[in-house]
Design a protein around this ligand. Sequence first.
Ligand code: BES
Ligand code: ZN
Length: 631
Amino acid sequence: MSINQILRTFIISFLLISCSAASPDQAEMIEHEKQTNEQLVDHHSYANSFDVYTTHLHLNISVDFDEEILSGYVVHDIDNVSKTDKMIFDINGLKIEKIVLDDEEVTNFEIGEHDELLGSPLTVDIKPNTKKVQIFYSTPSDAKALQWLNPQQTAGKQYPYLFTQGQAILTRTWIPCQDTPGKRITYSADVEVPDGLMAVMSADNDTVRSADGWYHFEMTNPIPSYLIALAVGDLEFASLGERTGVFTEPSLIDACVYEFADVEQMVIAAEELYGEYKWGRYDIIVLPPSFPFGGMENPKLTFATPTILAGDRSLVSLIAHELAHSWSGNLVTNATWNDFWLNEGFTVYFENRIMEQVYGKEYADMLMQIEYQGLESENEDIIDGEHPEDTHLKLDLQGRDPDEGMTAIAYVKGALFLKTLEEAVGRDKFDAFLKKYFDDHEFETVTTEMFVAYLKSNLLKPNNVEFNVDEWVYGKGIPDNCVKVETDKFELVSDKCDMIVDVDKVSELGIDKDAWTTHEWLHFIRHIPEAATADDLKMLDDEFNFSNRGNSEIMAEWYVISIEKGYHGIDPYMEKFLINVGRRKFLEPIYSALAETDEGLDMARNIYAKARPNYHSISYLTIDEILGWEG
Ligand code: BES
Ligand code: ZN
């Protein structure tokens, strides 16, 4: 039984005893409190953070590329509110050497049973008045948060590279901490790296190399542990604007500066919408292609995949998304991973508003419609799958990997809930409400229930608006009153799609290929008719060069439909893509499509043998399962 479970049982039995002796009013209040406590419990952390918690964390570590380990210590400044004599941290695979209290006294600790998903509780003996817990430790060679790249896996091919990915529960694989989004900490760090390399974190960053290999960092705003992040490599910095800039390997810097020309504008737009940017600078680091996500909103320093460098700025909505997290997610944080939609749904909504502000309504509507298409198909899949209740915004991920909540439900159903509310009350009122929500909850964590109560009393009641909030939040699928997202541009594209099977030559489709944007091409690929054959696909590819297009979103979707139709013109390009790119969102559908046939599965396994060493654990653990890979 984890300490959280014990704590919960304790709270519940206490409340039950009190309930039996209470009046109906009191009973109702106690019931309410019981539910509130239950909602705050994080089933993905062992930490006894209700009793004692970290306020500031200081990290002192050396980065050893030869052994691929981090070693050193972490100091937790703690607040022991309940004067307990045990503090429980989360660890996963870490080697703990020694623990010292208040700089002087070595103390006892115990590492509990290891759970594949959650790791282990590290229970440390403390005193009621302990102020500091210093833990000496090192990481194992297979720490899940870390990806160690050899020089061949980088753009420059000369230096090794390291980056971390903390969300959702991986920070505990590189730092012993109370790894729950429900608690916030400030942090500082001293990090030593080998000669010639530069270290950056989700904190204030130097833009030039240090002389002695040591880098010092400060994050003075309180953040949840999943936002602590580090990257080390041959990095260069370029300024994008007054408060914005980009770090990347030298050979990519010009491409980044071109692609991100509008980032400063995005920050300005975001502030106009929902209030001051509270983090000082907004920089981006463009990582090697093995980064398993598109982007990660590490505060002050978004981590991004190089697959958004399309050369035409067409994929920069991803930056708008990560920037929007500076409000939704980083400033106001989901209390547990069951409330993940509060992070992502708000962010997709906000991202779309930034895009509208900077690029206009028509463009933003196209983006939203692309998202909506993704939601419709994923919603069906989830309803037919093992966990149909995953189409509720509020999730129940106890006993499961919180990453399983990373679906279009949290992202797009969440965003459409807000967009539908916006339509119901009008934009002005909705914007004022959201701005106030961010102000009232800044540097706090919020549960779904807290948001729902806030929504009712601050927006719906004052405006006399009836709204099916419960259906949206606790009900299945997409409610009937969901706003319609439509654009004329896509209707034109759909008309062309319908003609594909009837024409002999592409020219008969009458597509002005220079006029279409990435999103029109995506809509086109998605709406290639059922009846189209491999020959039809070859005809399109000969003209539009989708297989080797240089735009990752287009290529990834094209490979999937080509696999389904048995069109093999993609094969060499797809192989190159799969070996180079480690972004899970692209890999998962491609490998899944290949795994549908025996021949495809053979091909997938051959490619995977070469590609797997380039993938982060987040990606290869997913693909191992799809391909039944046992090494
Ligand atoms: N915070 C997420 C990434 C994440 C979610 C990592 C859950 C681990 C667990 C990030 O903001 C994100 O949503 N990234 C998206 C891009 C976005 C434009 C939808 C991605 O990586 O695809
Ligand atoms: Zn996000």
